[in-house]
Design a binder for this molecule. Structure first.
Ligand code: AMP
Length: 590
């Protein structure tokens, strides 16, 4: 990554005194125990939703707006902390009346509508484990995740149910209830489902919260690896300490902030920072139902008076691509901090922020498994454009090398590439992959298995800043969304013409990577434009637009290792005209 000149910060750049201004001192003084006590008090009971919502509703924050929901063509809908406490209490009561209890899994599949937020928080109050699913997933990823997670309840909309769930319902044996929201705002009448609005109207807003402790499971976020089914990363109620501390240190939230996290709650950023962290800090969050639109986004930043903006590199690059004329029509006097996550943030994008929005963009790093931001650029400290920043208070990071015998070497020399590792013990660390202990165990190494290995390759410079190098595995990051090649290959293999499938991420200047598939055909099928279009259509219908390949190529056969694994690395090298690397394991003739 290019290392341009450092963006220096001075006190005059800061409109609000930052929460974190002494790097070494802040880290030395920090403890997770104290953080948890500060947010949750000394009680044994910890419930994410109670701390996020009811704590404010019971006090001076009751009338403050928690969420401002924007939707094209409709007036904004504001929900205050008091009303949110009542609605989430009602949702908790709805679940309880249906006999859904602590530890059962509730899946939520919806666009960014108020009911999604109410369902997530209300389920947490009922002690359920919540799994938000991305609404752009197709029927296959939805059914796979619902079944892996053993979902008892699905909250979705009438349209999404009809398009993506109804036909697969008999393949979801654990599903007891489907609660539907009418997309037109009315009520629904769909066989084998219940109308959520009717149930909510009949429910009491007083629902005693389930007794949950810091180690009780709260959230289930699916993520992907190189092989196998998606992995359900388990997060606990005690993660609240990380959500709170990172909201304070990395996003610099202050109670008067208007905060906009553009991520969808179907991905971990949209839950940890689109729902929980801002509520913990009692701020007002903007939620926009619409998809990306440059003009609309600048208008939201201006008209809603956004002060802290958390977005993603793909979105920034799309704004850059839309040109300078649109932002020239808007003013952003309230905006005081911009952060971004999910993919490498190009140095030009960091500087573009300063030129166009008046503020540089602050990159930060984390992943589904970490539950919260681990490494960040924050308001008070200089930015080295292209760097992810430095570890936050409470986080010990290292660059390591895994040795053949399973041991770990910590690389202390600056600027040497290795795998990014984090010392276990922060509260939002995942507690397992659901029903997959072995895959979980493989993520840890070193003395007492204390280092969590992230699967990312990175370097640390002499000043302690971390620089992203790439992934150690084959997962694909497209528009900030992590895609497992295996899931895509499996969907392609279901087509009768496909004998083998290999899927790679192809570099793209805007979305980071696009999904490209290579297939070989079964006997009796011949390559043609029509067949390739049919295969793309097949994948799109099953996987949804967010996951399906954008491009497909037919090869006579795919390169495999002698043990039979498709060599995606080689497909990628050939596609990009890069050196083919070590081919000693390649099956001869491929
Ligand atoms: P996810 O679990 O879907 O949130 O994806 C996490 C992965 O996204 C990380 O392991 C990285 O590969 C990538 N990622 C997240 N943040 C950054 C960043 N700031 N720079 C580069 N890659 C990132």
């Amino acid at each position: 990554m290019e290392r341009g000149s450092v963006i220096r910060k001075s006190a005059t750049d800061l409109r609000v005194a930052p929460n974190f201004s002494d790097y070494e001192g802040g880290r030395a003084a920090f403890s997770w125990r104290a953080a948890l006590r500060e947010i949750a008090g000394a009680a044994d009971r910890v419930n994410l939703a109670v701390l996020a919502v009811d704590r404010h509703a019971a006090g001076a924050g009751r009338n403050r707006t928690a969420f401002r929901f924007l939707a094209p063509g409709s007036p904004a809908r504001d929900i205050g902390y008091g009303e949110l406490a009542e609605l989430t209490g009602r949702f908790c009561a709805v679940l309880r009346a249906l006999g859904i209890g602590k530890g059962e899994r509730v899946f939520v599949l919806a666009g960014r509508i108020p009911e999604l937020y109410v369902a997530v928080l209300g389920s947490l109050k009922n002690g359920c484990i919540v799994s938000p699913l991305f609404s752009a997933f197709g029927p296959e990823p939805i059914a796979t995740r619902m079944n892996l997670g053993g979902g008892s309840v699905l909250v979705t909309t009438d349209l999404l149910y009809e398009r993506k769930v109804a036909k697969a319902r008999e393949r979801m044996p654990t599903l007891k209830h489907v609660l539907l929201v009418a997309e037109d705002g009315g009520t629904t009448d769909v066989p084998d489902t219940l109308d959520l609005a009717t149930l909510m109207a009949a429910a009491s807003e007083q629902c005693e919260t389930a007794p949950t402790g810091p180690e009780d499971m709260a959230l289930l976020h699916f993520t992907s690896g190189t092989t196998g089914t998606p992995k359900g990363a388990i997060h606990v109620h005690g993660a609240v300490a990380t959500h709170w501390a990172t909201g304070k240190y990395a996003l610099d939230l202050h109670p008067e902030d208007i905060f906009w996290c553009t991520a969808d709650p179907g991905w971990v950023t949209g839950t940890s920072y689109g729902i929980i962290a801002p509520l913990l800090h009692g701020v007002t969050s903007i939620v926009d139902r619409a998809e990306f639109d440059a003009e609309r986004w600048y208008a939201i930043l201006q008209d809603e008076g956004v002060t802290v903006w958390y977005t993603a590199p793909t979105a920034v690059r799309m704004l850059m691509k839309a040109g300078a004329e649109i932002p020239a029509k808007y003013r952003f006097p309230k905006l005081r901090f911009i952060a971004s996550v999910g993919e490498p943030l190009n140095p030009e994008a960091v500087r573009w922020g300063k030129e166009v929005l008046g503020l540089p963009i602050h990159d930060n790093w984390w992943q589904t498994e970490t539950g919260g931001i681990m490494i960040a650029n924050t308001p008070a400290f200089d930015i080295k454009p292209g760097s992810m920043g430095r570890p936050l208070p409470g986080i010990d990071a290292a660059i390591v090398k895994r040795n053949e015998d399973g041991s770990l070497t910590l690389i202390d020399t600056p600027d040497v590439e290795g795998e990014l590792a984090l010392k276990s013990g922060w509260p939002s660390m995942f507690r397992g992959y659901l029903n997959n202990e072995e895959r979980y165990r493989k993520c840890f190494a070193g003395p007492n298995n204390e280092w969590y290995l992230t699967g990312d390759l990175a370097k640390r410079d002499a000043d302690g800043y971390y620089w992203f190098v790439g992934r150690a595995d084959d997962v694909i990051k497209s528009a900030g969304h992590l895609i497992g090649p295996f899931e895509v290959e499996s969907a392609l293999m279901e087509h009768p013409a496909v004998a083998e499938a290999g899927v790679i991420g192809k570099p793209d200047p805007v979305v980071g990577e696009t999904v490209k598939a290579f297939v070989s055909l079964k006997q009796g099928y011949a390559d043609s434009e029509a067949l390739r279009m049919e295969l793309l259509g097949h994948a799109r219908k099953r996987l949804g637009a967010a996951v399906a390949p954008k491009e497909i190529a037919v090869l006579p056969s795919l390169p495999r290792t002698r043990s039979g694994k498709i060599m995606r690395r080689l497909l990628k090298a050939r596609e990009l005209g890069l050196p083919e690397g070590d081919l000693s394991t390649l099956e001869s003739g491929a």
